[in-house]
Design a binder for this molecule. Structure first.
Ligand SMILES: [Zn+2]
Length: 391
């Protein structure tokens, strides 16, 4: 399926793009409401809406009841006009979600990667899974508006390169090029925690301007939203709080330092500690959480100790950034009830009062789809802007 579709079907007219974005965000919405929310006249709205309907991007729908007379006609995005594919590469598995144009999940698949899988092998596996999803739903490849890919590691956004993903064992992988060569659509590469931060921000907390998404899996990654936008920093990889040093005499980290936060608070740490304490090898982390919930002493003490360390790292984040909200995500959410009290009490003890008073701690509402929703949001915006740049 080597096709070059070049996204030529997307909206070319700038005004129509703007109206389409508004219908996407606020729809179902009437023509009058569109005119009230923009500086376009009713006539201009009517012309552009007609064009959007003729091109198949927007459909008319009836909503609610009127108190007499005609029911108002509402406009909404045609969900099947185009699709977005989000791919999240994790350390032990890959998740793929197909979204429709309304950014609703149409299909989801998860498959394992065994051991430190080779990048190329995994990517061709992803391609065949995507083809399976599309053919099962009889969706033609030219309906794909774009693809988002997230990885748990450092990326070079300009080059479309995965620089280094230590827990995955990949480095210097030209991910964007692989996907662009294959599908010929815009491809977005993003760090997993950044994408998840955007997902939570866009779909759960649109009104919160300063928030930090903390993803606790094999390692720890953070996505920073400042003033409503993702903060990347000068080097493009801001948010590596997994490597703030919690205990300089702590375990050696792959980054070369000792006692980094992720060596003391990640799920890898929980597994390692549990193994050392019990001598049991290869116990799944969810198994450890299950035992802890049942009150098994050793499992509980390992998880509580990690929760203490999670709290220490979060206190550093609260004291240095003073976010309005911290969202906890990643595999650790399986242990949410086990860790929250300890985390809260450490924060209360260690945070500066002014910052502590302002911050809320929540677990991700989008669960294990946060990152995939974030990618879909990127791709949606990028595919709209794609033609703008070319024109
Ligand atoms: Zn480190």
């Amino acid at each position: 399926m080597n096709v070059k579709v070049g996204n030529s079907t997307f909206i070319k007219n700038l005004n129509q793009k703007r109206i389409f974005k508004l219908i996407h965000k606020e729809g179902p919405i009437t023509r009058k409401e569109l005119a009230d929310n923009t500086d376009y006249s009713a006539g201009t709205i009517s012309n552009h809406v007609k064009a959007l309907i003729d091109q198949g991007f927007v459909i008319e729908t009836e909503k609610g009841y009127s108190s007499g007379g005609r029911k108002p006609v509402y406009l909404t995005v045609n969900p099947d006009k185009g699709y977005i594919i989000s791919v999240e590469v994790e350390v032990t598995r890959v998740k793929i979600v197909l979204f429709n144009l309304k950014i609703k999940v149409v299909a989801k698949t998860v498959f394992p990667i065994n051991g430190p899988a080779q990048a190329k092998e995994t990517i061709s596996q992803i391609f065949s899974e995507i083809e399976k999803i599309l053919s099962e739903r009889e969706i033609k490849p030219d309906k794909i508006l774009g693809i988002g890919v997230a990885v748990p590691g450092l990326i070079d956004k300009e080059e479309g390169l995965l620089e280094f993903a230590p827990n995955l064992g990949w480095s210097k992988v030209p991910i964007v090029k692989y996907f662009e060569d294959k599908y010929g659509v815009p491809v977005v590469l993003e760090n997993e925690a950044n994408a998840a931060a955007v997902g939570e921000k866009e779909f759960v907390y649109p009104d919160i301007k300063d928030m930090v998404y903390v993803s606790i899996n094999e390692g720890i990654g953070c996505g920073l939203i400042f003033n409503g936008r993702l903060y990347r920093g000068a080097g493009g990889n801001a948010g590596e709080f997994g490597h703030i040093i919690i205990d300089s005499d702590g375990p050696l980290c792959h980054c070369g330092n000792s006692g980094c936060w992720e060596t003391l608070a990640s799920e890898n740490h929980i597994q390692k500690e549990y193994q050392e304490l019990t001598g049991e090898e290869n116990v799944e982390k969810n198994e450890i959480y299950r035992k802890a919930i049942e009150g098994e002493d050793r499992a509980l003490s390992v998880v509580k100790q990690a929760a203490h360390n999670i709290g220490l790292g979060l206190a550093n984040i609260v004291n240095s950034l003073s976010p309005r909200l911290i969202v906890l995500g990643g595999g650790i959410i399986e242990a949410d009830t086990l860790i929250i009290d300890t985390v809260q009490s450490i924060l209360k003890e260690k945070c500066l009062l002014l910052s502590y008073d302002k911050v809320d701690i929540e677990f991700t509402r989008l669960k294990d789809l946060a990152c995939l929703y974030g990618l879909a949001s990127y791709v949606f915006n990028k595919s709209i802007d794609f033609e703008t740049k070319k024109n």
